[in-house]
Design a protein around this ligand. Structure first.
Ligand code: CUA
Length: 313
């Protein structure tokens, strides 16, 4: 389940949660006052039905001018200034020396880390890692239809629109795992288009960067070797990429370090041997409508393929 935006764990979500509480409190107050006035007007005793004198008319006229015009103008102008300041606090540029490019696909997230030195970049999927306490810039694009990137505990929603570039920043106050979700209906598996943001201490984050930059490890055993041959001979490489091999597909998640990720199939199943084998042997069963085709494998091929994929840490 995606956590609540009312449980903020980062500056962006703090500002948004505060905005929500202020609006709720103010609107509740105005609604209660209005209802009280309505009840008073309905229940107050009326001595007679004659036309009120100018003197008697002054009270209601004053009520309309102050409660109906002056009051709302002051409240709405105050809110306008407050909302502008909140928007200002949300649009501060990120201070990270690199950017993360997230591209939405039906139904998963391609994640690329870009550094000033291009050779330092790498690709992953459905998982972003960020250093705790820092604002990290995220650029958003879409490959097919409109998606929406939302990590409720860290920041607001932002759409990924084909042919357009949007940006947002993420910052987490504490280390932890923050679940995100596609928040714009984008087809059959919109629900299972989740991702995770993992906030790490700076040293751990740097270690993760180093690990992600490495190519996939070479197979060491005969089973791993057979797994890799199975991968290469069954067309997996047409869609997927694995750095360090000839596999260079771009329309499916990069699998170079697939075993280091917490989940498979965009937050749908945990990265375990059983789930991975089930996913490969029948993707449509796990995620109906998914673009990953079912590849016929005999039990040895499947077993060794999973064994090899799980070494890609
Ligand atoms: Cu992507 Cu909903």
């Amino acid at each position: 389940m995606t956590p609540s935006a009312l449980d903020p764990r980062g500056h962006g979500a703090d500002v948004i949660a505060q905005l929500w509480w202020v609006l709720l409190a103010l609107c509740t107050l105005v609604a209660l006052i209005t209802l009280a006035a309505l009840v008073y007007a309905a229940l107050r005793p009326r001595p007679n039905w004659q036309r009120p004198t100018a003197e008697q008319d002054r009270g209601p006229t004053r009520a309309i001018v102050y409660a109906g015009i002056v009051g709302p103008v002051i409240i709405l102008a105050g809110l306008f200034v407050y909302v502008l300041s909140a928007l200002g606090a949300l649009s501060v540029p990120a201070d990270s020396p690199y950017s993360i490019v997230v591209t939405g696909y039906q139904w998963w997230w391609d994640v690329r880390y870009r550094f000033p030195n291009q050779a330092d970049g790498f690709r992953t999927a459905n998982e972003l890692r960020i250093p705790v306490g820092r604002r990290v810039r995220v650029d958003l694009e879409s490959f097919d239809v409109i998606h929406s990137f939302w990590v409720p505990q860290l920041h607001g929603k932002i759409d990924l629109i084909p042919g357009r570039k949007n940006e947002i920043w993420l910052q987490a106050n504490e280390p932890g795992v923050y679940r995100g979700q596609c928040a714009e209906f984008c087809g059959l598996q919109h629900t299972r288009m989740a991702f995770h943001v993992v906030a790490l201490e700076p040293a751990e984050f740097d270690a993760w960067l180093m690990q992600q930059r490495r190519p996939a490890p070479e197979p060491r055993t005969a089973a791993e070797q057979h797994g890799r041959v199975t991968y290469e001979s069954h067309g997996c490489a047409i869609c997927h990429a694995i750095q360090g091999t000839t596999s260079r597909g771009i329309v499916a998640p990069d699998l170079t370090h697939v075993a280091s990720r917490m989940y498979l199939a965009a937050g749908t199943i945990p990265t375990t041997r059983g789930h991975m084998a089930g996913w490969i042997s029948d993707p449509q069963h796990v995620k109906p409508g998914v673009n990953m085709p079912r590849v016929p494998l005999d039990p040895d091929e499947l077993n060794n393929l999973v064994t090899w994929l799980l070494t890609l840490r």
